[in-house]
Each structure stands twice: as structure tokens, then as C-alpha cells.
Design a protein around this ligand. Sequence first.
Ligand code: GDP
Ligand code: MG
Length: 436
Amino acid sequence: NLSTKLDKAFKTLKGQGSITEINVAATIKEIRRALVDADVNYKVAKEVTDKIKDEAMGRDVLTTVSPGQLMTKIVYDELTQLMGGTKEDVVLKGDPAVILLSGLQGSGKTTFAGKLATFIKKQNRTVLLVACDVYRPAAIDQLKVLGEQVGVEVYSEPENKNPVEISQNAIAYAKKNNKKVVIIDTAGRLAVDEQMMREIEQVKLAINPSETLFVVDSMTGQDAVNTAKTFNDRLNFNGVVLTKLDGDARGGAALSIRAVVEKPIKFISTGEKMEALDMFYPDRMAQRILGMGDVISLVERAQQQFDEDEAKRINQKIRKNQFNFDDFLSQLEQIKKMGNLKDLVGMIPGMSKAIKDVDIDDDAFKPIEAIIKSMTPQERAQPELLNGSRRRRLAKGSGTDIQQVNNLMKQFEDMRKVMRTMNKMSSTKGGMQQMA
Ligand code: GDP
Ligand code: MG
């Protein structure tokens, strides 16, 4: 896989201080080939690798990891960023909120409609599924079976051949019957054709959905990109659903589609069962594309080693009862470096399901940081200096209020108290041991 190739390409680099133009060229070629192998569109692969090259040039090579591993980490970070960096949620606006599904026949729209209904129902919102495939009577039945299976009502008008009317009627029905989210499943042809495009365009115009999703089969490789482009030109959709990622699809379509249409991928579908739906996480997809397992964690662990020195330094200060706001800030940075809080908790086995719908605030540290950064170096080193008027100045300078500043002071004092107690206990214990 790509990471082993990278490692080989960089063997010769070991011992050198940084990545340079000459030693990066061959590797960049390798990466480009590997991306194309993973179904990434050639043009996109070229753009990506040009960026990666810029990013890699001149980076210091850590002594504890091979340059190949460091390079892999750079590639991984870049791919993650290119796929949007973070996940993006489906937008539910309006009463009812309307979601319109588009895509070719067989892409997995109807299946996804059932999954999305299940997903939204779990958030305690009432859902109405709408059968707008007017060409295949069997399509209505398919949705009805799914609706029954997941316990969601299905709206259909078997005699009506006008999808605009059906969707408008369905929305009126939803309003009357207190359904908060309407999911409209539409017809898809085997290939993009004009009539179908005009039809879904008209539906979109008539009902103005808060979310238009484009559903695409990830197994279709390069074609997926062209289809996405055609649909986006006509519909200007807000998000993409990648289906059939349970097979051996290599995920490259995610990168290409994102790069070509510049719309976020919101969900991935990984099977025929109604539970087989996931939010799209750019970092996980980057891993899939690179086909790497341990390399990233290896590099991260190496970086942590650097941080260990810092941890030792802080420990010393705690022992000497000299812990101050500079140390506090440095601790915060360490925690932040470990990444998104929710992702961190999610790495604990069994926890990722439990916290799926819970919001953990990543911004919780922001006001604290702002306050500490408003302190003068002297105040940070000697928190005792912070009297009333200085605290008011901090509140103003950090855009917080005096209450928040006082809270922080109190927390900080409590922390120092605990540290002092711990120090006393350990020194007593040490003393006892010595006596024994
Ligand atoms: P539509 O024509 O766009 O509505 O597509 P369907 O929802 O009817 O799906 C077409 C076929 O693909 C069906 O046989 C589905 O069971 C299958 N399918 C849909 N999504 C997935 C998926 O994520 N993984 C797999 N393996 N099959 C899927
Ligand atoms: Mg269908």
C-alpha cells in the first residue's frame, strides 16, 4: 500500500535533516499513482500532490520517525483538509424541513431514503417519506416496504404522474399531520438524460428544499465525478451521499467529487441494512484512501515524545509549588493538540456509539485561553498580583466578563491547592519510607 511505498522511497533520506526538492520528486510521483489507483481523478490527484509537495518541502524530519512516515502524515493531513476537514451535518430548516434526493437509478436513493428516515427519527423528529418515482410502480412498493420496516409513514399517489404535484401535496400533508421532516425520493434513469433533469429541477424550484442531496454509487469510479458535475450544474445541490462503500470501493471518489463540485460529502452508505449509514468523516476517508493503519498513530506518538519533555518540566514546577498561568496555558495546548474532544472520547472502545448524538463543546477552552493571554508575563508567573482592577482589565481585554475571570482564578487556586496537598502527601509518604 501507499504507506509502505512511501517508506521505501524515503529510506535513503534517513539521517538527513529535512525534506528537499530532489528527494521529494520521486515520492510525489508515487503518491500520485497511488491516488489514481484509489480511484481519484487524475487531474485532482495532480492538484493534490502539488499541494502536498509544497507542504512537505523543508519540513524537519523527526529523529523518531522515518521521513516516509512523516510524509504519509503530511499526505493524510492534506487529504483530510481537501475533503473538508470536519464532518458536515444535514441541514434541517423550515416546517417541515424538506430533503430532496437526486441521483442515477441504482445509485441507492431509495435505500438511503429509508436510512435517513431512521437516522432522523432517532433524533425524535417525525418523518414523512415521499415516493416520487412515477415511472416504476415497483419503486413505490419498495419505499413502502422500507417505510414499514423502519416505522415511518410513506406518502404516495400511484395514479399521479406529476412529481411536482406529488411533492407539493406531500408537503401540505406533512404540515397537516405534524411531520417535521419530509424526505422526497425521486426517479433516476440509467444515465443522465434531459427529461429527468428537467423534472427534478422543477421539483426543486417548486418546493425549495432546505437540503438537496446527490446520491452516488462509489463503485462507479471516474463516472461518479462526471455524474456529480452534471447534477450539480443543474441542481446546485448542497451535499453528497456516497453509497456502496461496503464493497471494495477505494474511496477515491470522495476526494474527486469534493474537489470537482466543491460540495461536502455528508453521509456514507455501507450496506443494504437500514443501520448501515454513517456520517462522513474526512479523516477516516483519508485513511481509507491511503490504506494505512498504524503510520499515523506512530507519527503522533513520536510527536508526543517531544511533549513529554514539557510534561516533565511542568511536573517539576508542581513539585516546587511553582505552577503558574504559563504552565496552565501550556497544559491547555497539550490537550488541544490531542485533537477534537469528541473524537478522543470516541476512541474509547464502546464509547463512539454512545456519544454519537452528544455535543461536546470544543470551544470550551477559548475564553480561558483568552483570559490567560491577556495577562502580562509577570501576572502569569505570579497570579497573586491579580487584584480586582487587574481582573477587570483582563475581562475587558479578553472579551469575557469579571465573573468568568473570577471563576478561572478560583479554579486555578483550587488546582494549586490540590497540587500542594499532593506534594505534602507524597513527601510524607517518602519520609515514612525513608524511616522504614
Ligand atoms: P435507487 O434506484 O437509486 O433508488 O437505488 P436503490 O436504493 O433501489 O438501490 C439499488 C441497489 O443497491 C439495491 O439492490 C440496494 O439494495 C443496493 N444498495 C443501496 N445502497 C447500498 C449500499 O450502501 N451497499 C450495498 N452493498 N448495496 C446497496
Ligand atoms: Mg429508487
